[in-house]
Design a protein around this ligand. Sequence first.
Ligand code: ADP
Length: 428
Amino acid sequence: MSRSAWGLVIVRLLAAVGVAVAAGLVFGQPELWVIGVLAGYLAWNLYHVYRLDRWLRLREGTRPRKAIGVWGQIYAEFHRIRQLNRDRKKRLNRLLKEFRKSTSALPDASVVLNAKNEITWRNDVAQRFLGIAKKDRGQKIDLLLRDPDFIEYLRRKQFDRPLSLRSPVDSRIKLTIRIIPYGTGQQLLLAKDVTREARLEKIRKDFAGNASHELRSPLTVISGYLDNLEADPEKPDSWKEPIREMVVQSARMRSLIEDLLTLSRLEASSSATNDEPVDVRGLACLVRKDALAAGPREGAVELKLESEAAIRGAETELYSAFWNLVQNAVKYSAPEGVIEIRWWDDDDGGYFSVKDTGAGIPESALPRLTERFYRVHKGRDRARGGTGLGLAIVKHVLQRHDASLEVTSELGKGSLFTCHFPRSRLVE
Ligand code: ADP
C-alpha cells in the first residue's frame, strides 16, 4: 500500500472530524458530532473487515467487490497474491503430473520413502516387482519387504553399493535395489530387473568353472607321465631340456586351473559360507612358515601380532587370501628383502597387512591390480610363476568378509597391502 494512499486516509479522517467540529459549532454539542463521525468511520471499517473475511473464506476464485479508498487497494492486493498462489499451484500440479507420468513409464520400480521409512509414493511397477500396492501408502517398507538382507541394508544406510534381491512377488525375478537419499530424510528406492543379466553372468561363471574342471583331469595325467619321464635316467640327453620345460609349464597350467576353480567357487555365493571365529594369529604363523619353506628367507619374514581378535569367517578362504599376499611379497622382492606380516585392531576394525621391501608398483597400476590376469610387467611377472589371479582371489575373499583391500606402494622401495575387516567381523 502506497504512503500517499495512507496520507489520503488521514486527510479524509481529519477533514471529516473538522466538518463535525464545524457542524458542532454551528448547531451546538460538537463532541456529539465528532463521536458520531468517528462511530460512522469505525462502522464503515468494521463492515469492510467483515466483507474481507467473508470473501477470503467463502469466495475462493471470485473477483473482490469494488470498494473505495484504502479498502479497494487492500482487496486488490489480496486478489493479486491469491492469483499468484493459484498460478504457482497450477504449475506445481502440472509438474507433479508429469513426474508421475514419467516415473510410471520407467521400467524400474520406484518408491518414495520418508524419514521413518514409510511409503509416501510408488509407481505401478513397484506392485509387479515388490508387491507394493496403492493402499500401502503410509506403511513402513520393512513390514512389506521382510527379506533379512533388505532389512539389514536399510538399517546400515550404506547405500553406495546396490543390493541384490529376489522379487517377493516372483522368486524368478532378480532385482538390484538402490536407495538414493534426498531432501530432509527422504529416500528414493529403485528396483531394477536384472534377471537376464544375472542369467548371462551365471552362464559365464559356470563356463569358466566347468572348463577348468574338465581341464584338470587330462592335465593330471600329462603331469604324471612328464614326472615319470623326468625321473627316467635312461632318457636321451636331447630330451632333458624339453621335458624339464614341459614339467614347468604343466605346473603353471595346474596352478592356473586351481586359481580359476578357487575363483569360480568364491563367485558361487556372495558371502562367506562359514562363520566360525578364525584364529588370525595362527593363520599368520602358518603363512610365515609356508613362505619360509618356499625360499631361503630365514629371519626375513617378521611377525607383528598386536591383536588377540579373531575374524568371523571361512578359514580356508582367509588362508588363501593371506597366502596370496605373502606369496606376492616373496615373488616380487629380492631374496635379501624383509617382509613384515602384521595383525592389529582399533575402533574401526581389524587390519591384516603384508609389507615388503621389493620392486614396488607404479601408482597408475594400483587401481587395476585386482583385475583378473592383470600383471604390471606382463613378461617378467609371468616368468616369476604368477597366474595374474592372486589379487582377484584376495579381493573376492575380502568382499565375502565385508572387508576391503588397501594398497600403497613406492617404486623401488616396496609395497604395503592391508586387509581392513569391519568391527562387526571381529570376535574378541
Ligand atoms: P600374480 O599371480 O601374477 O602375482 P596377482 O593378482 O597376485 O597376480 O598380482 C597382480 C600383479 O600385481 C602382479 O603381476 C604384480 O605385477 C603386481 N604385484 C602384486 N603384488 C606385488 C608386490 N608385493 N610387489 C610388487 N608387485 C606386486
